[in-house]
Design a protein around this ligand. Structure first.
Ligand SMILES: Cc1cc2nc3c(=O)[nH]c(=O)nc-3n(C[C@H](O)[C@H](O)[C@H](O)COP(=O)(O)OP(=O)(O)OC[C@H]3O[C@@H](n4cnc5c(N)ncnc54)[C@H](O)[C@@H]3O)c2cc1C
Length: 295
């Protein structure tokens, strides 16, 4: 099969593109550098009837052991742009950012320039597009509008009202976010750096940051923490294969070295069963799976 761009490769390992370090090869893997390249690649995939998945930083993604059929899109460095379009007299800062910008780069740029209130995003791994798709740490409150390329290659502007952000949820139509318009209040840089320092201290003392994981495995049910329920169900340290419930933060599943996607899914099912038995609460996964499970 020939593609319109050299940005498409074959058999790229998803383990190299996910923080879990788990996953088989993508049948096709595209790293477009521009919107035009992305549009052409998506049109080609659509003509060929290939399913399309998207991976950003891969820090909330569990990829199938047998690999991913069709095309996996990973936006390239061309989508790491940051443009300050603020009016000089405005009390707010307005930025236009590419979707593969590292969320942490945005946090530090914001502190340096005095674009405020981003401290809750300090330490959040992954790309801006992934954070917006997940509404990670409530990033939706800063979003004014985004650009999305639909699976048929149509480019659309989506205003914030249509995105209906809520806890770990964004009402996103199928497609790939390429650009995001964000707005922040202005704050003194020293204040922003101090808040980042506090957030990082808290995060490093409570989260599992040493072993590969995808952050929290489950969403918090209303009124309580998933980690607390998992801990109280006696599951800290529970292990299937090389997937283990972290002894530091019970909502983190860690890869001890050779964990498979199947190990992680089996452990998640075990956790769900046990928590349902003890607390009559059904935990909903926060981690997103791509590809199909073995079996
Ligand atoms: C150590 C650790 C700590 C974490 N702490 C937190 C935390 O405190 N709070 C929190 O909310 N999350 C946390 N996470 C989870 C994760 O970091 C966030 O959800 C992050 O914002 C995901 O970004 P990503 O680019 O890695 O997304 P990915 O994992 O690549 O993708 C996540 C989802 O977004 C979709 N997506 C990605 N890019 C695009 C795009 N351009 N267009 C459309 N859809 C797209 C993917 O298809 C997938 O469905 C943590 C993860 C780790 C490993």
């Amino acid at each position: 099969m020939t593609w319109p761009h050299a940005c498409v490769r074959r058999h790229e390992s998803l383990a190299d593109h996910t923080s879990f370090r788990i996953g088989g090869p993508a049948e096709w893997f595209a790293e477009p550098a521009t919107v035009e390249e992305l549009v052409e690649v998506l049109r080609e995939a659509s003509v060929r009837g290939l399913p399309v998945s998207v991976v950003g930083g891969g820090t909330n993604t569990l990829a199938a052991d047998r690999g991913i059929r069709g095309l996996v899109v990973h936006l390239g460095r061309g989508f790491r742009t940051v443009q300050d379009v603020s009016h000089p007299d405005s009390p707010t800062a307005t930025l236009v950012c590419g979707a593969s910008l590292l969320t942490q780069r945005l946090v530090y740029l914001a502190a340096r320039h005095g674009w405020g209130d981003l401290e809750t995003l300090a330490g959040l791994p992954g790309h801006l597009g992934g954070a917006v798709a997940m509404n990670a740490q409530g990033i939706g409150r800063f979003i004014r509008q985004l650009s999305l390329v639909a699976p048929d290659g149509t480019v659309r502007q989506v205003p914030r009202e249509r995105l209906r952000f809520s806890y770990r949820y964004t009402a996103l139509a199928p497609g790939i976010i390429t650009e995001v318009v964000l707005q922040f209040p202005k704050v003194p840089p020293a204040e922003a750096y101090e808040r980042i320092r506090q957030t990082l201290t808290y995060r490093n003392s409570t989260q599992e940051v040493r072993l590969p994981s995808a952050g929290c495995a489950f969403k918090n049910p209303p009124g309580t923490g998933a980690g607390r329920l998992i801990d109280q169900a006696g599951l800290k340290g529970a292990r299937i294969g090389d997937a283990q419930v972290s002894s530091r933060h019970a909502n983190f599943i860690v890869n001890l070295g050779r964990a498979t996607c199947d190990d992680v899914l089996s452990l998640m099912e075990h956790i769900q069963r046990r928590v349902r038995q003890v607390f009559h609460v059904t935990l909903e996964p926060e981690v997103r799976m791509i590809g199909e499970r073995l079996g």
